[in-house]
Design a protein around this ligand. Structure first.
Ligand code: BGC
Ligand code: NOJ
Length: 814
């Protein structure tokens, strides 16, 4: 069963019934002001940091799942009937309900009793506000007299406090109302310099700012008293729960259309200019009035909308493909890069599964995300790399996460995830290949944000590399620390106390447990570092790097191979993890994909054997399982991984993040059919037809799909904020389609299905546009290139000779 369809021409997913299995959401905003919006207008907004600067309140764990958001109510003032054009929260049957999720905007609406209402929500570029553009049309034969009520519930800024510290919160809420604008200014009287505003383009008949006054006692958002009565009481919130609601009255003639614009925005005043007059407690509004006036104007809103569309057009034009497979095209051209931008913007902080208060930007996560967005926003990728590096510790280790607002390491989560530092090398090398901006390596970057500790970024990468070397175990493999990529394989934790965090508890010294995964990551990252050093003519450093990699590869061959696949780890007692010897968890996906991706085992055949084992033991119709057999009980020495019921999350779900590692590994082995088959198994668009089972959005990846040990095998969870976005994008564009930026040019090395006759692609790279046509003339992967009519040896198109040029690349594979 499907709940909608893809409109690829408009780059939209169109939801045609509101009762999707789960809220199907979109992200608004691309710089500082962000919003999450569901297909029934649920969700919330924040400025930069979903925890520290939350504008509107959202109740997680709510029933139903998605209540609270950007709700507009319509009321027929003749009959008193009221409804929501976004279906929720009133939930009347709408005709022609549609939610169109597009690039940075969402349009929701439908018709009820002859009144059509659609609202376009978006955040204009470079502005800290969101626009709700409501268009009403009277399709009746008679005039309609309507009341419109807007609504938002304000969050008292710090979302964590807001959800917890009620003894204080119930007494601090404050608002001002001036010229149809509701200002939310809780705590502005003291240390906050920021406030929110909620404005309306139409004359208002009234307003509410106190939730109890708007909803009425013992009522929810589905039947607000003010709406039911058709009159607002002009309440001014003091304490309790400030909300914003405008009441607008309109009369529409038959066929008449009217637009009303609402703005929800954020603003900061300099501390010396907070109040107007200075001696008062009234917000100084001089700086926001012009912004409000600008966007209450329909012409300006249209222009802002067009600017946003062209911004997205530019972003997506970096890489467009035309292959024989519609799911590949749609995901590569539209939705996968869109999701990559979401992970760039909010990392793992704010979604319908991430509360926005727990996790900021992850060091490992954001470093990997670079693989998916660097080509679209290289300048911002540069900034991200430097921000990440500034949270690195002098030891080369890293804070696991940092807060986006302060850019400071998050002490609550700490560090010692021993894989973290190496990801910085992976991310930086992706940036260098994409941009050729070698100057980034000379940027002075502090450690732990301490002024005076600045060293060139290149030194940070060196320390990342040495961090691993200084922490080797008895097999010469890297010590795992708190955990490696798999946050839940906690080999030094040994927690037997309920509620203790697996992410921060360590009961062992950590001198024994080793990770084969980090060893493979070290080989991959070390190879990049060696190339970077060679490029800088640091031949000695490059050679040292290569020697260390060789030593690590040897350790993997000697102690990381289990006979038919790569071992996962050694535990604190020196026993094998992920071995045929184990009762459960005999084989893990991570080292298979990663080792082969790093080139380990290519010569001696172990790479092929490992991937065949994956195919035999881990691959399912819904994707590749993280491990098998699932852990059936809790193992003290393995930690969180065995805390999950079998088939979920890290305990043998299809953890979509590392499926692409196997796709890349298969591509390295030249097995295009398998690589693309794996790609399609988790491709959201290809799974659209099983939406009742999959349940999450069919246009973005989810972190996981329940594995075959779970009763809900095939059900996805935790959509949007996952490394799956970047890795799949990278796997399909750079390894299956094989259009791959390198230090020296654009490599063309497709490993595509045998049945494909070829494909076309347009790729912007280093200031030129490459028009690539790939034609298959034989069953293999051997590439011959003709560039601008001239045959070129090898499979790398040299760097462009001039900016802005067009390069015609004809590639034949046989
Ligand atoms: C999840 C992991 C996640 C970790 C981060 C765990 O509960 O299973 O996927 O990375 O929490 O805090
Ligand atoms: C999600 C986390 O964001 C990521 O960092 C981690 O690698 C995976 N879970 C696996 O545990």
């Amino acid at each position: 069963m499907q709940y909608g369809y893809f409109d690829d021409d408009k780059r939209e997913y169109v939801i045609t019934r509101p009762d999707t299995p789960l809220p199907w959401i979109n992200y608004l905003g691309c710089q500082a002001f962000f919003g999450l919006i569901s297909n029934t207008a649920g969700g919330y907004s924040f400025y930069r940091d979903a925890r520290l600067r939350r504008l509107t309140r959202y109740r997680y764990n709510n029933v139903p799942f998605d209540v609270g958001g950007r709700y507009i109510y319509l009321r027929d003032d003749h009959t008193g009937t009221y409804w929501s054009p976004s279906w929720q929260p009133v939930c009347r049957d709408l005709n022609d309900y549609q939610c169109r999720h597009g690039m940075g905007y969402t349009i929701i609406g439908g018709e009820y009793r002859g009144i059509e209402a659609r609202t376009r929500f978006f955040v204009p570029l470079h502005e800290d506000l969101e626009v709700w553009q409501l268009t009403l049309t009277n399709r009746r034969a008679a005039p309609a007299v309507l009341s419109i009520f807007s609504s938002v519930e304000f969050c008292l800024w710090d979302a964590q406090d807001d959800a917890a510290n009620f003894q204080r919160n119930f007494s601090i809420g404050e608002v001002e109302v001036e010229d149809r604008v509701i200002y939310h200014k809780t705590e502005y009287r003291e240390r906050r310099n920021h406030f929110a505003y909620f404005a309306c383009s139409a004359p208002v008949a009234g307003f509410e700012t106190q939730r109890e006054a708007f909803l009425g006692p013992y009522r929810g958002w589905d039947r607000p008293l003010a709406v039911e009565r058709g009159i607002a009481s002009n309440s001014i919130a003091h304490g309790w729960s400030p909300v914003g609601s405008h009441h607008v009255r309109v009369q529409l003639e038959p066929g008449e259309t009217r637009q009303i614009i609402f703005l929800l925005g954020y603003s900061e005043n300099p501390p010396q200019q907070k109040f107007d007059p200075p001696s008062s407690q009234t917000i100084f509004k001089g700086s926001v009035r012009p912004v409000i006036a600008k966007y209450l104007d329909a012409g300006n809103v249209e222009r802002a909308c067009r600017a946003l569309a062209s911004h997205w057009c530019d972003l997506l034009s970096t890489c467009q493909v035309d292959t024989p497979d519609a799911h590949t095209n749609r995901m590569v051209n539209i939705w996968n890069p869109c999701q990559c931008m979401a992970t760039f913007n909010v990392s793992r902080s704010a979604s319908f599964y991430e509360s926005g208060i727990g996790r900021g930007l992850g060091f490992r996560d954001s470093s990997q995300d670079l693989l998916g967005f660097v080509q679209m926003v290289p300048a911002r990728a540069r900034e991200r790399i430097l921000d990440l590096a500034a949270t690195q510790l002098p030891t080369g280790g890293a804070y696991h996460q940092y807060q986006p607002l302060t850019k400071r390491g998050n002490n609550d989560i700490g560090g010692n995830f021993n894989d973290d530092p190496l990801w910085l090398i992976i991310g930086t090398s992706a940036y260098l290949k994409e941009t050729g901006d070698w100057s980034i390596l000379d940027e002075p970057v502090p450690y732990d944000n301490q002024p005076g500790s600045e060293q060139p970024l290149y030194e940070h990468l060196q320390r990342s590399f040495r961090y691993t070397l200084e922490r080797l175990g008895r097999h010469g493999l890297p010590l795992i620390g708190r955990a490696d990529w798999n946050d839940c394989l906690n080999l030094n934790c040994f927690s037997d106390t309920p509620g203790e965090s697996f992410q921060t508890t360590t009961n062992k010294e950590g001198k024994v447990a080793e990770s084969v995964f980090i060893a493979a990551l070290f080989v991959l990252a070390g190879g990049e570092l060696a190339s970077i050093a060679a490029h800088r003519h640091l031949d000695q450093e490059s050679a040292t790097c290569l020697a260390e990699i060789e030593r690590m590869e040897q350790a993997i061959r000697d102690h990381g191979w289990d006979g038919k696949w790569f071992l996962r780890a050694y535990d604190d007692a020196g026993r094998k993890v992920g071995s045929a010897e184990c009762d459960e968890g005999k084989i893990f996906i991570e080292p298979q994909g990663f080792a082969v991706m790093a080139g380990v085992g290519m010569e001696d055949g172990t790479a092929r054997t490992a991937l065949d084992s994956v195919n035999e033991l881990l691959a399912t119709d819904h994707g590749i399982l993280l491990l098998q057999p699932a852990f059936s009980r809790y193992y003290l020495h393995l930690g969180e991984i065995s805390s999950y019921p079998p088939g979920y999350k890290e305990n043998a779900a299809i953890f979509c993040h590392n499926n692409p590692w196997v796709m890349i590994a298969e591509a390295r082995l030249g097995r295009g059919d398998r690589a693309h088959d794996y790609y399609l198994r988790i491709n959201p668009s290809a799974r659209q037809s099983i939406s009742d089972l999959h349940r999450c959005e069919p246009y973005v990846y989810s972190q996981m799909i329940a594995g075959r040990d779970a009763p809900s095998f095939g059900e996805a969870k935790n959509s949007w904020l996952t490394g799956t976005a970047a890795w799949n994008y990278y796997a399909v564009t750079q390894w299956i389609l094989g259009i791959r930026p390198s230090y020296d040019g654009l490599e063309i090395a497709p490993v595509i299905p045998a049945s494909w006759s070829g494909f076309r692609a347009t790729r912007k790279f280093r200031g030129a546009t490459y028009h690539v046509a790939v034609r298959r003339t034989g069953p293999g992967n051997h590439v011959s290139l003709v560039v601008d009519g001239v045959p070129v040896a090898g499979n790398t198109v040299p760097l462009p000779s001039r900016q802005g040029g067009e390069v015609i690349v004809e590639a034949t594979i046989e």
